[in-house]
Write a protein that binds this ligand. Structure first.
Ligand code: 5AD
Ligand code: SF4
Ligand code: FES
Length: 344
């Protein structure tokens, strides 16, 4: 096993070319050429929250809200199951309480009907009690970003909510044995090097199974519409550092990064990312799921994206994989195996 000096501050101040090379080496060593695919279904854009940065915020009246029925969800999953997908990410805004039972019911039915699928949920904050019910319904993985590891900025962006509570939820997820994903945005207001280092340290401390990061892209219908996007170089560097810090975690090359930069996803796969999340939401709904403007693949259907990704990966000497692709962290933990990686 290679030994790296895992002092986050030191890594952060290291030369990019060194970080990129190291990250690519670690990724290829641990995952080979495989890039895991996750089919992303944005099943509802309803949201009770008002996050300052997000196009789905409750106060944005310029979008049509939708909530797919169980029948529609089943139909979409079936089609993509037949294309080879076994890992599905169901994403929505934050739920109003009365829809919770509906959600459990959907998951239960999907797990019953489609054999050997893995379901990841990404629907915002839930109490431990509700997370337990979700687990019992069949949810395998959960994604919820902490967005920024700074209590003050977090609370400003999320109208007084507490970062501590969010982090508590992440520990609850781990305790309930969900494969746990989180992450942050790059380029939020008030961000500086120190905060980016804190973001990285928190990902490390949480020992996340999946880490989703991406640039903040200002949305015209939000209070933060006057801000600038971050540079893509920053996203590249942070991804490389994450791969070095968490060699056994899954790191997606996110759609927001592909939106910020042409060939952004390919470039991230070269510095440590090992997951792609093609969007299987039908284009007639996709156009209403704009967290940020200019989102790529908005008019393409899932089949077009899969073909496109296949070609893209071939060009960078990598391969699509429909494997369940649990993080190595998670697999080792569930088999009582120890990983000997540490931080200074
Ligand atoms: N730009 C980039 N990412 C965004 N998200 C929300 N709004 C934006 C934006 N304007 C991200 C958040 C959230 C995830 C679902 O999408 O990190 O957790
Ligand atoms: Fe809702 Fe999530 Fe957007 Fe916040 S980031 S407004 S919780 S969809
Ligand atoms: Fe969707 Fe290329 S990945 S069109």
């Amino acid at each position: 096993m290679i030994k790296v000096n895992l002092n986050v501050k030191e890594l952060y101040n290291s030369d990019f070319n060194f970080l990129a090379k190291e990250a690519e080496y670690i990724c290829l060593k641990n995952y080979g050429k495989k890039v895991f695919l996750r089919a992303l279904l944005e099943f509802s854009n309803e949201c009770k929250m008002n996050c300052l940065y997000c196009g789905l915020r409750k106060d944005n009246r310029n979008i049509k809200r939708y909530f797919l029925s169980v029948q529609e969800i089943k139909k979409i999953i079936k089609k993509n199951y037949l294309s080879g997908f076994r890992t599905f990410v169901l994403q929505s805004g934050e739920f109003v309480n009365f829809k919770f039972n509906e959600l459990c019911d959907i998951i239960y039915k999907l797990k019953k009907e489609f054999k050997n699928i893995t379901i990841t949920l990404s629907c915002g904050y839930f109490t431990k009690r509700k997370l337990k019910l979700l687990k019992e319904s069949g949810v395998d993985r959960y994604l919820i970003r902490f967005e920024v590891a700074d209590e003050k900025i977090y609370s400003y962006l999320k109208n007084g909510l507490s970062l501590k509570k969010r982090i508590e939820m992440l520990y609850n997820l781990k305790e309930l044995n969900f494969e746990t994903g989180s992450g942050f945005m790059i380029g939020l207001p008030g961000e500086n090097d120190e905060i980016l280092i804190k973001n990285l340290e928190l990902c490390y401390k949480l020992n996340l199974d999946m880490i989703g990061i991406g640039p903040f892209i200002p949305h015209p219908d939000t209070p933060l519409n006057y801000l600038n996007k971050p540079s893509f170089e920053k996203v590249l560097k942070i991804t490389a550092i994450l791969r070095i810090l968490l060699p056994y975690s899954n790191i997606p090359a996110t759609t927001a990064s592909g939106t910020l930069e042409p060939y952004g996803r390919e470039k991230l796969l070269k510095v440590g990312a090992n997951v792609l999340m093609p969007n299987i939401t039908p284009p007639r709904y996709k156009k209403y799921y704009l967290l940020y403007p200019g989102k790529i693949c908005i008019n393409e259907n899932a089949d077009t994206c899969i073909l496109c990704l296949k070609q893209k990966l071939k060009k960078i000497n990598r391969e699509l994989s429909f494997d369940t692709g649990s993080s190595i962290n998670f697999t080792m933990k569930n088999n009582n195996l120890e990983l000997n990686y540490g931080i200074n």
